[in-house]
Design a protein around this ligand. Structure first.
Ligand code: GLU
Length: 368
């Protein structure tokens, strides 16, 4: 399993409570300088680093003079707007002395749900990493409404780790790992060193309370662990408030490691089934049998095409009986699919006027 010392690509999630002093609302600049040194050390040995940094709302509260209590949506969005600019500047000022280029990437939940936007954000992150930059990612809290928000950066960080194909995700937190109970009220609670599978028993152990400034509790961290490990990425939760938190982690400080589920194929299927379908195809009985046996979907088996999808978009697959079989990524647009529906693959060129793919949805792009 990848560790921080041998990782090729690392995503580090930094919680608000680490960056912003709870009492004064000020940036913890000494700590920031120490983690910047840690990051520069990883970069110097060739490790790609992506940061997912919280703190915009916490910083913005101080700037706008807002209380530490739960804020109405428009006030937290205003706080995020005022705080994000300071947050980005703080990272730039901390990393520039080490010769590191920083780049701000603000994303919303829709960017990972919509395939084209997902591919686009992946390409942007990949390009930035290619330039040797350290992307600083946060949720675009200013435009994201409650229904379309991640809301917590634990899950956002896991999605980013899956998107960029990181091998380690570090959640720097105000706890040093996952415990069998809440260590604050249960002195017999013990910490897991390694979690190789997130069982219902383990989920039941996670309380959901976060600290005053952070959104995520242990529940969101377990959700993050599921996303990260399902994409083949190891995840670690450790205490981040002390100086040089990444160096401490490399030196073996207390932490909980979640081992990756090493099945990229299954990971891809899970990813496909989590996407919002942009249309639907209805298939005949023969095609349904073939799909259930793990075959690709051919145009010949199509009985109907609904919606307006593009190439690469997720679409759901339904039988003539109305039963949903699964979903997959279409290799044709909706108008093309309508034109070739019910026809043999060898007739596609004649119908469309150009050679196309033999299958509408390839079995590698399908979750049934
Ligand atoms: N995106 C939020 C912010 O930057 C933080 C969410 C979280 O604490 O996880 O303030």
């Amino acid at each position: 399993m990848a560790t921080l010392s041998n990782a090729r690509r690392v995503v580090v999630k930094i919680g608000s409570a680490l960056l912003v002093d709870r009492d004064t609302g000020a940036l913890r600049t000494t700590w920031l300088a120490s983690i910047a040194e840690d990051i520069a050390r990883l970069r110097a040995r060739g490790t790609d680093v992506v940061l997912v940094s919280s703190g915009s709302i916490a910083l913005g509260r101080g700037i706008l003079g807002l209380p530490m209590t739960e804020l109405p949506l428009e006030q937290s969005q205003a706080a995020a707007a005022a705080g994000q600019i300071r947050l980005a500047r703080a990272w730039e000022e901390a990393l520039a002395p080490h010769g590191q280029i920083t780049a701000q990437v603000l994303v919303t939940l829709e960017d990972s749900a919509d395939r084209r936007r997902y591919l686009n954000s992946r390409a942007t992150l990949e390009t930035l990493i290619g330039f040797g930059a350290v992307p600083i990612v946060n949720e675009n809290d200013t435009v994201a409404t409650d229904e379309i928000r991640y809301g917590d950066n634990d899950r956002l960080a896991a999605q980013v780790a899956a998107t960029v194909g990181a091998d380690v995700l570090v959640l720097l937190s105000d706890v040093d790992g996952l415990y069998t109970g809440n260590p604050n009220d249960d002195p017999s609670a013990t910490r897991f060193d390694v979690v190789s599978q997130i069982t219902p028993e383990i989920e039941a152990m996670a309380g959901d309370a976060g600290s005053g400034l952070s959104k995520g509790g242990m529940k969101t961290k377990l959700l993050a662990a599921k996303t990260a490990t399902a994409s083949g990425c190891a995840m670690v939760i450790c205490h981040g408030a002390d100086l040089y938190p990444l160096k401490r982690l490399e030196e073996g400080c207390a932490a909980t490691w979640f081992t990756p589920q090493l099945d990229p194929h299954a990971a891809r299927k899970r990813w496909i089934s989590a996407m919002k379908p942009q249309g639907e195809v209805i298939v005949d009985e023969g095609a349904a049998v073939a799909l259930r046996a793990g075959k690709s979907l051919l145009p010949a088996g199509l009985r109907g095409v609904e919606g307006d999808f593009g190439r690469g978009d997720p679409i759901s697959i339904r039988c003539t009986t109305g039963e949903t079989l699964g979903q997959g990524l279409s290799r044709y647009t909706a108008p093309e699919a309508r034109a070739i529906a019910g026809h043999k693959s060898q007739d596609i060129e004649e119908i469309l006027g150009y050679p196309g793919r033999a299958v509408l949805i390839h079995r590698d792009d399908m979750a049934v």
